[in-house]
Write a protein that binds this ligand. Structure first.
Ligand SMILES: Cc1cc2nc3c(=O)[nH]c(=O)nc-3n(C[C@H](O)[C@H](O)[C@H](O)COP(=O)(O)OP(=O)(O)OC[C@H]3O[C@@H](n4cnc5c(N)ncnc54)[C@H](O)[C@@H]3O)c2cc1C
Length: 254
């Protein structure tokens, strides 16, 4: 069995590569070490019920979003999904914070749930969204970093603009550095909330989270978060549909 390409791992990364290669006309073999496909966005099925194992919230399906663009590029149907207004509830010992996708609702929620420093908190989030917007516009250009070919250098350099250069000071700052500029590091409930969010998305607290990465993570839910029917494994399956042969386990593991 001669193949043009072998992709090891059927997580989001591997399956994206496999589907794009397949779309470009290559005969691709995917190999997976686990019982299930999907990696960190996997699932298991038992007695006709599906359980997500890992990632649950679909992002990047809004207009212009990365996954929406990828599906368009692959010419693949996007699995049924529902945009979430309420993404999650965050339980702190003395309050429950509802994470709303819509910015205005979110601002109202933080104003209601944090009884101190509301203006500072809103100013912090305004900065988060402003910085993330600049980054997002750059990321959408899909410039390769570090560049190695002339065309990669060209794409990178032609997408560097004044707003992006304006973010240079953030390169050496953590989220905590930024929070201290807003005088928020002594607000315990707010710090507990932010640290929890960053642990979930960046896997580190504000002190160790680089500000640009942390800001992207703190803004991402507000761009659009989706409940995908069948879980995020449906996305992996949709990528699999672009391969000439892709079978996922649907029966209980032996
Ligand atoms: C608990 C949890 C919750 C998350 N929640 C969300 C969420 O809600 N929304 C979101 O967008 N993201 C979420 N994420 C992040 C997201 O799931 C991951 O970023 C993404 O799935 C990673 O994909 P990947 O392809 O890079 O790696 P992986 O998913 O880790 O895929 C790697 C694959 O390669 C296989 N593999 C490794 N070595 C070999 C080998 N030698 N031979 C064969 N196969 C091999 C592994 O078994 C695995 O299937 C979450 C992650 C976790 C862990």
């Amino acid at each position: 069995m001669l193949k043009d390409a072998i992709v090891i791992g059927t997580g989001f990364g591997g399956m994206t590569a496999a589907a794009l290669l397949s779309k470009a006309g290559y005969d691709v073999l995917t190999l997976e070490a686990a019982n299930e496909f999907g990696g960190c966005a996997s699932k298991f099925d038992r007695d006709g019920f599906r359980f997500n194992a890992g990632a649950t919230v679909g992002m990047g399906f809004e207009d212009g979003g990365m996954l929406k663009r990828l599906f368009d590029e692959l010419d693949a149907p996007i699995p049924p999904m529902k945009r979430l207004d309420e993404i999650m509830k965050v339980y702190l010992p003395d309050r429950t914070i509802t994470y709303f996708s819509e910015k205005e609702k979110w601002y109202k929620e933080v104003t209601d749930k944090f009884d101190k420093d509301q203006d500072r908190i809103l100013a912090f989030f305004e900065e988060v969204f402003k910085v993330a917007e600049v980054l997002q516009r750059f990321v959408e250009k899909r410039a390769v970093f570090p560049p190695s070919t002339i065309s990669e250098y060209f794409t990178l350099l032609s997408n560097i603009n004044m707003s992006l250069l304006g973010l240079t000071p953030y390169l050496t700052q953590s989220v905590q550095d930024r929070l201290s500029k807003f005088g928020l590091t002594t607000n315990k409930p707010f710090m507990a909330f932010i640290n929890g969010q960053l642990m979930d998305s960046v896997q580190s607290t504000a002190k160790y989270s680089p500000s640009l990465l942390g800001y992207m993570a703190l803004s991402i839910f507000h761009k659009g978060a989706f409940y995908v029917e069948g879980g995020l494994a449906s996305i992996i399956q949709a990528f699999g549909g672009k391969l000439s042969c892709f079978r996922g386990r649907t029966a209980p593991a032996p």
